[in-house]
Design a protein around this ligand. Structure first.
Ligand code: ARG
Length: 380
């Protein structure tokens, strides 16, 4: 266990410090037959002067040392090491690791989040995109995304990995509050997930902030047709919250009577924390929005493929591209104004696209009006 290089590293300082504080007892050994044990805030000391000779065993925060008296009566270091050398043999080592753990835990305190750190111990393995983007940094995005007005979409929900207390790094999908205890999202957002895997954040604009509330999930109800389709059809799911949300305001669903959906050119609005472009993996901390013109089913079939587009989908985008949702926006709302123009209703759920924002490649949304019966029947 004796490690000579380590001795060199800290013996002189330690011995000097040690002797400065304990010169008196060592210079005048008690010549007792037994060892004397001293424990104080500086460490643990065992001073022995018996038939085996004079020795001291010392443990401090940094490590351990053994001292002996040489032939001239000087107390010299015999062996020493740091706690780092002692692997799994000493529980102090365990506590040293524990402290590191608690340091990282502090990161999770919602107050002081380093948005560039996902909280994993190995920061080099951090795959979370760098953030700290101001809204103006992101203004150059190619999807027509602009910062949303805080509070103007009170139904907006973020799906966050339950294991990540930083909602910015943990954000997985969007969602819409459609009743106090119900969120509507995309089936692909919750595929193969159990309620304990995710939390829903309601009433928050800036993900890394503490605004609003974070609520557990009681139940996930996937549309049975989604898995059965083996593709993107019926990409819709209901999430029952563990308790009713108080921070948000639910949005009403589009009804069959919402006539303007059939008028291509009507502009819908998508909100989310998704990435800024197909190859632009900047994720915003603050909620963004993009306006997207709805297009006819025929046109969407021409552009995205006749077989790909089902009655359960509605498409939106420009021929020229440049206005679209993208990865990370999934599950979130596509809203249109209600017939009387007095507010927004939920017309779509961000579902899929061929890339993001490319020309002649509209974004595809789950057509909520096709699922109002399924939604009503399952919300209980
Ligand atoms: N599937 C993506 C997600 O999980 C959403 C893609 C939307 N794509 C688009 N071009 N509108 O976040």
């Amino acid at each position: 266990m004796n490690n000579k290089t380590l001795s060199m590293r800290f013996s002189s300082l330690m011995v000097a410090t040690f002797l400065a504080f304990f010169a008196v007892p060592f210079a005048q050994p008690a010549h007792a037959a037994m060892c004397e044990i001293i424990e104080d805030e500086t460490g643990y000391y065992e001073v022995c002067d018996d038939e085996d000779g004079y020795s001291e065993y010392v443990e401090t925060e940094e490590g351990w040392s053994e001292y002996v008296e040489d032939a001239d009566g000087n107390v010299i270091v015999d062996e020493q090491g740091t706690w780092d050398d002692v692997v799994l043999e000493d529980e102090r080592d365990f506590f040293a690791d524990d402290e590191d753990f608690f340091d990282d835990e502090e990161f999770f305190g919602d107050e002081e989040i380093d948005p560039n750190d996902d909280g994993y111990f190995d920061d080099n393995a951090d795959s979370a995109p760098e953030q700290n983007y101001t809204d103006s940094d992101l203004a150059d995005n190619k999807l027509g995304k602009t910062p949303a007005t805080p509070g103007a979409q009170p139904w907006m929900v973020a799906q966050v990995a339950a294991g990540d207390s930083n909602a910015y790094t943990g954000q997985e999908c969007g969602g819409s509050l459609i009743a106090a205890q119900w969120v509507l999202t995309a089936a692909h957002c919750v595929e193969n997930m159990s309620p304990s895997d995710i939390n829903m954040v309601v009433g928050r604009h800036t993900l890394s902030s503490n605004e609003g509330e974070r609520i557990g999930v009681a139940q996930i109800i996937n549309h049975p047709g989604y898995a059965a389709s083996g593709g993107n059809d019926h990409d819709i799911a209901l999430i029952k919250l563990a308790r009713p949300a108080t921070a948000g305001t639910p949005i009403g669903l589009v009804t069959a009577a919402t006539t303007h959906l059939d008028n291509p050119g009507v502009v819908g609005k998508v909100t989310g924390w998704g990435q800024m472009g197909e190859n632009d993996e900047r994720y915003p901390d603050g909620l963004h929005q993009v306006t997207v013109p709805l297009i006819s089913q025929d046109k969407c079939k021409t552009q995205n493929g006749a077989d790909a587009i089902t009655p359960g989908m509605i498409c939106a985008g420009l021929d020229a591209g440049g206005q679209d949702s993208c990865k990370g926006d999934s599950g979130g709302p596509l809203t249109v104004s209600n017939d009387s123009g007095t507010g927004q209703v939920l017309a779509g759920v961000v579902s899929w696209g061929i890339g993001c924002g490319a020309p002649n490649s509209p974004g595809v949304y789950t057509r909520v009006s096709e699922y109002t019966n399924w939604i009503q029947q399952n919300m209980k």
